[in-house]
Each structure stands twice: as C-alpha cells, then as structure tokens.
Design a protein around this ligand. Structure first.
Ligand SMILES: O=C(O)c1cc(=O)[nH]c(=O)n1[C@@H]1O[C@H](COP(=O)(O)O)[C@@H](O)[C@H]1O
Length: 298
C-alpha cells in the first residue's frame, strides 16, 4: 500500500480539495430530527451520533478527501460511544475517505507503544489511517508512533503550534534562541525527511493552527517534507487567507480542518433536509481553500 502521505496527496488531488471535515458531534447541536430526549440512554445517544455522522459523511464526501473524528465526543458517552466511533470510521472508509483519528495520544515509550498498536497497529480494531499525538513526553514517546506508522503506511500528526490561545504559554517559550514549537517542528521534519515517499512527504505530520498565520508560514518554510493538519478554520476565526501559507507550490502539503463550521451549518442556514446545509458548507469551504492555494493549483 502507498504511504499515508502519498495516499493523502492523491486524495487531495483527486477531490481538488484541501478540506478536512472534523466529526465532532455534540448532543445539543444535533439536528432536531436526530436529537435524543434528555432521558435517552448512552446507547441511544451513541446511535444518534452514528446516524448524524453518517449523514455528514454522505453530505461532504464529494468535497473532502479526509475526515477527522474527534475521539473526545465519543469517549464522553462511554463504551457505547466508542462502538459508535468504530462504526463512524468504517462508514467513512466505505465512502472512500481517509480517516485521521483525533485522539491526541501519548505517554512514556512503553505505554505509547500500546497506544500506537491500538490505533495504528496490524491488529488495530479502529483501522484509522492517521492519529494525532502530543510531543511533550519527548522523542522516545513519539518513536513508537512514527516507527509503526512507517511500517503500516499510516500517518501521525504531532501537535506543533496549536490553534488555542493558551498553547502559547509553553509552545512559544524560547530556549537556545528558538521557540519550543519550532524545535518540535524541526524534530518532526527530521522524521518526515527520512521517510519521504513519491509525494515528497514523510510519515510524520504536524498540527499547526490557522489562528497563527505568521507561525504557519515560518513552519512551512522550515518543514518542507511535513504534511500539515491546520485546525482553527471557521468556528475559531481562521480564514482562507490565514492558511494560504500552509500549502506548498503545488497547492499540497496541508489539509485544513473545519468541524463546527461544516457539520452544524444548518444552525445558520436552516434547510428542510439538514444535510443540504452541511453539503453547501463543505462545498463553500472547499472552494475557499482551493482558491487559497497559491495560483489555485488544485
Ligand atoms: O489536533 C487537532 O485537530 C486540533 C489541534 C488544535 O490545535 N486545535 C484544534 O482545534 N484541534 C481540533 O480541531 C477541531 C476544531 O473544531 P472546530 O473549531 O469546530 O472547527 C477540534 O476537534 C479540536 O480538538
């Protein structure tokens, strides 16, 4: 199988879309027709999540190469939620989409290995194509993920410069003349550069927020072999112009995530069928992002 970076490159080219749709279901924002009553059991809530995500996947599949289920919202419902997560991942694959599981996992190396096996390994019950991970336990904590991902043609997105304002508290600290996010980025780039495939991108990717356009440009220049996952577009205030610097000269190298801005679009644009509002939001985000790639190469 081609590497994750090569598959992502082909999928972005095929759909002509750098949009990643985030699957972050929230009970109180589900369409009224799907919203379970307050006294509903966890299993009924999880069924509602499944049905909602199925509808979203169907609505956005023409406009996105990859979806990102956010584990937290499924985990919140307990075991039934995790069963729903498995079903949603399967559904996305059935629709021909890549899946980046947003779990932001990590721990000391030996425990990290279990996370890596669980989410990316040969016996993984989840079968995601990529996983988000935190770098703050150091290189020995990242190695189990990047090694396994290379063996399994999976991807790993490491948090480098996150979209939230509080992230600066540590990520912007300077040591030996460089910010912490830059040092983490350089480490990720070393792994990516040593694992490049046909696309010119390697196994390690980086999360860089749309809310920090200047740092995005800095990191793009410093990390030419690293795919970027750019969150913060839409609901967090990031616009297409803010993410333009994240793409390479071919309009590749970055997928831009929008969760609430797409999946709950019917709140601002009510339609008889809620999925039509979601489809329209995905189409519009895809077009804005396509236009943001330099000279609109996609
Ligand atoms: O790793 C992420 O995806 C992530 C990193 C980050 O720095 N900021 C960030 O918002 N995210 C995730 O991206 C999604 C953003 O959702 P919206 O703000 O609704 O588009 C959520 O699932 C966040 O957990």
């Amino acid at each position: 199988m081609p590497s994750f970076a090569d598959r992502l490159t082909s999928a972005v080219r095929e759909k002509r879309s750098p949009l990643m749709v985030g699957l972050d279901p929230r009970l109180d924002q589900l369409p009224v027709s799907l919203r379970p009553p307050l006294e509903a059991s966890a299993a009924e809530r999880a069924d509602a999540f499944c049905e909602f995500c199925r509808g979203v996947i169907d609505a956005v599949a023409d406009f996105t190469p990859i979806v990102k289920p956010q584990v937290a919202f499924f985990e919140e419902l307990g075991p039934a939620g995790m069963v729903a997560l498995g079903a949603v991942i399967e559904e996305a694959h059935r629709a021909g989409l890549l899946v980046c599981v947003d779990g932001k996992r990590n721990d000391i190396g030996t425990t990290a290995q279990a996370y890596a096996n669980g989410w990316l390994g040969e016996q993984s019950p989840w079968r995601g194509d990529a996983l988000t991970v935190s770098p703050y336990l150091g290189d020995d904590s990242l190695e189990p993920f990047t090694k396994l991902a290379a063996e399994r043609d999976a991807g790993v997105f490491v948090l480098v410069k996150t979209s939230n304002p509080g992230g600066a508290l540590w990520q912007d600290l300077e040591a030996e003349g460089k910010t912490l996010y830059r040092r983490v980025g350089e480490y990720v780039e070393t792994i990516a550069a040593s694992t490049v495939g046909a696309s010119g991108y390697g196994v390690a990717g980086a999360v860089v927020g749309a809310t920090y356009p200047q740092q995005l440009a800095e990191l793009r220049a410093a990390m030419p072999h690293t795919w970027f996952l750019i969150p913060g577009f839409g609901a967090q205030g990031g616009a297409a112009a803010d993410v333009a610097a994240g793409f390479d000269a071919q309009g590749l190298g970055a997928v831009v995530n929008s969760s609430r801005g797409v999946i709950f679009a019917y709140e601002k644009n009510p339609q008889p069928d809620w999925r039509d509002a979601v489809r329209e939001a995905a189409r519009s985000a895809c077009e804005q992002l396509r236009a943001a790639t330099s000279a609109g190469q996609l």
